[in-house]
Design a protein around this ligand. Structure first.
Ligand code: CIR
Length: 261
């Protein structure tokens, strides 16, 4: 992440979220008002950390549209508009592409490729792409091709037992991951060190890194302590606490954060 103005694109929680995609969880009632309050708290956290929050046009009929991370991956040089693995989510990209076109040149992932932004972990010039139920090998190939010439290495990583790569691993610095080794093999990450989330806090493998601060779910106290013991500055948010987690949402998926160059 670079210094300078940080933009955080977000998207409102739609009433239709009660009909969201589910892969690993059974459907439970979602309280839309509570989900919205938690999402507001998330946006306040982003502002407190220096982001300018810009909401992309609301799409009430697209149940998973709050999970904006899956629709694009933004690099300094280019924004790649994904082709989400779930058919119900493909229409989400239109308004996000429109919003991002103000900031970056765009590249598009084309059929038969599928890729969700939640499967893309970027650590400086290293890009790890989860091969999940949402992202196929053609998605990996096209993603790598879209980055040709910009100096990134793009590595495919098998994902097991969770929705996305970033459900199980995120970066807490350029050298250290937080990683759930039950779902991804730490040896796939070229020698990077890793911290395990607590057994009962697997969801805390998904943290949001903004500058030098790590945003952690507020219901993961053991993992928070592990990160602080490693010398990291940690803050917490209620986002994706009770309600959005019922939709299999996590912290990173509710924003697209990038710097204005
Ligand atoms: C889905 O299944 O697509 C949504 N219900 C949840 C997406 C969460 N996205 C993410 O973690 N990047």
């Amino acid at each position: 992440m670079h210094a300078g103005l940080l933009i955080a694109l977000t998207r409102a929680v739609p009433p239709s979220i009660v009909d969201c995609e589910l892969t690993h969880l059974a459907r439970m009632p979602i309280d839309v008002a509570v989900a919205r309050a938690q999402h507001d708290h998330y946006e306040r956290t982003l502002r407190a950390l220096g982001c300018r929050v810009e909401r992309v046009l609301e799409t009430p009929d697209l149940p998973d549209s709050v999970f904006i991370e899956d629709t694009a991956v933004v690099f300094d040089e280019v924004a790649i508009i994904t082709r989400p693995g779930a058919i119900s989510r493909r229409a989400e990209t239109t308004a996000v592409a429109e919003a991002l076109s103000r900031y970056r040149p765009l590249r598009y992932i084309e059929p038969p490729a599928t890729i969700d932004g939640g499967d893309v972990l970027v650590i400086d010039k290293r890009v790890f792409v989860g091969l999940s139920t949402r992202t196929n090998h053609e998605g990996l190939r096209q993603f790598r091709a879209a980055l040709t010439g910009y100096g990134y290495t793009v590595t495919g990583v098998p994902v097991d037992g969770c929705l996305h790569l970033k459900s199980a691993v995120t970066a807490v610095s350029d050298d250290v991951l937080i990683l759930d080794s039950r779902s991804v093999d730490p040896r796939q990450f070229g020698g990077l060190l890793w911290i395990e989330p607590a057994d009962e806090e697997r969801h805390a493998a998904n943290v949001l890194r903004i500058g030098a601060t790590i945003v952690c779910p507020d219901d993961a106290p053991i993992t928070r302590r592990r990160l602080e013991d490693a010398g990291l500055s940690v803050t917490t948010t209620t986002a994706a606490a009770s309600e959005l987690r019922k939709a299999e949402g996590a912290l990173t998926c509710c924003s697209l954060i990038f710097s204005v160059l």
